[in-house]
Design a protein. Structure first.
Length: 212
């Protein structure tokens, strides 16, 4: 048991055209559309899932290869980065700070500039208004279209430097038997997120992570 995540790229303007009170339900339907029970029973394929439904016109679901749908892998990837970031070369540190904080990593009190993404960003609160309570409804990832090219540019810097982090990761962040046990698992997960960012940028869409 634990917190899961469903990651979608979505047409921000199309979703914004729905009534504010309907947007969360529409996003939920995009991750689990009616009439697709057979698809779920058969098991979703890894990678991009485009359902044969109206939701495919404005969304696409990404199934991560190595997480079994759990948010834990993403959470622990953030922790591994905290363990190793001081050992990263400055260019990689700056790039991954932008890339990860724009997606699933909360740097808390670290000296990392706000990404302008996440559930508490004003733009996100307007996109799907809170209905009361703490982050209800809420996103685990929320990146509007304007921020996607920033993440893509950060990844373009980080990707060729990522393999150089293996030694420091082994020394400071490896956790055998746990989520994101080593640098290879860390790099695989980040490259999957890069694919999500690539698709969103190509379409001019945003990215959301729903808590189920």
């Amino acid at each position: 048991m634990g917190l899961d995540i469903s990651v979608l790229v979505v047409d921000w303007e199309r979703v914004g055209g729905f009534a504010p009170a309907e947007r969360w339900e529409r996003l939920t339907d995009a991750a689990y559309p009616d009439g697709c029970e057979d698809v779920f029973r058969a098991g979703l394929p890894d990678g991009w899932v485009r359902f044969p439904d109206e939701v495919a016109e404005w969304s696409a679901l990404y199934e991560f290869h190595s997480t079994s749908g759990s948010f834990k892998a993403h959470f622990w990837a953030g922790k591994r980065w905290e363990d190793v970031r001081e050992q990263a070369v400055p260019e990689l540190r700056a790039a991954l700070d932008v890339f990860l904080s724009g997606l699933f990593w909360d740097p808390y009190d670290m000296a990392v500039p706000p990404a302008g993404t996440g559930p508490d960003a004003p733009e996100i609160r307007e996109f799907v208004p809170h209905e009361g309570g703490w982050r209800n409804p809420y996103f685990l990832v929320a990146c509007p279209p304007r921020a996607v090219p920033v993440l893509a540019a950060a990844w373009a810097v980080a990707e060729p430097l990522l393999d150089g982090l293996k030694g420091p990761h082994t020394a400071h962040a490896d956790a055998p038997g746990r989520w994101i046990a080593n640098h290879d698992e860390f790099a695989v997960l980040l490259r999957e997120w890069a694919e999500v960012v690539r698709e969103a940028r190509a379409r001019g869409w945003g990215i959301v992570g729903l808590p189920f």
